[in-house]
Design a protein around this ligand. Sequence first.
Ligand code: ATP
Length: 287
Amino acid sequence: MKTFRIKAYAKINLGLDVLRRRPDGYHEVKMIMQTVDLYDDLEFTKLAEDEIRIFTDKEELPADQGNLIWRAAARMKELYQISEGVSVKLTKRIPIAAGMAGGSADAAATIHAMDALFCLGLSLEEKQKIGVKLGADIPYCLMRGTALSEGIGEKLSTIPAMPSCYILIAKPNIHVSTKWVYTNLVLDEHTNHPDIDGMLASMKKRDLLSLSNQIGNILESVTIPAYPQIAAIKECMLQNGALGSLMSGSGPTVFGIFDDKDKAMAAKEKCRELPYRCFVFVTDLYR
Ligand code: ATP
């Protein structure tokens, strides 16, 4: 095999809780992750030269060590003593620095692709061990679907699938630094933690309405006071038929859950009319 094509899917967090800060600086989290049908396309081609070349349609993305694709490919080459190189063509659709794990999804796709191209025969667990050293969300991106993520993101369990629905995604044209969000998160007795266990119970009962009422992200306590646009987009979605609406990851992307595609499309137009230059997109769940 000389060429391998793969899709790297985005995720949303239906629930995101931070339990504590570890002495090593990592955060212990409890998150419900859901893959959505929004993806980057990656095409890998073997090279005779010992090089990693990245071609992307997004100017702002680095094509060198700064790109997670490069780092994942280099790590695989080093671990498995691969002397050949690889050329990667990335068609980017997942909004960048949006809280949708676009970089992690690309890195996960790279690990899958290197395994396939160089016939390494790795198990999912082996790939996840490689991935976690490159980024906490990568083990989840390697498995996809609906999952509970604990520890620093490396303890993953499959949970009942989210009931079918439509997801409206709106990313305002602002940049929110993940590091800033975690640094400014206050964890004390006044912190309002989302009820992740309650959400899991609703998912088990396949109760979309109750799940939508419970979705919660502790990081909104940092981002919403600083970026009121996030609250305004959530409100717009709720006013226009969303069963629930939440910021994903460390933001600024907001998503809304809809039981009807027409309602989701109409709400998309309303979000587009907001003065925040939003990237808006209606999708459904990755199955
Ligand atoms: P998460 O939800 O895991 O916090 P994110 O959606 O907030 O991720 P990414 O889109 O993964 O953020 O990008 C974060 C940073 O990583 C960006 O500043 C970007 O320059 C860098 N980056 C490196 N490689 C990639 C890649 N292949 N795709 C997107 N961003 C990348």
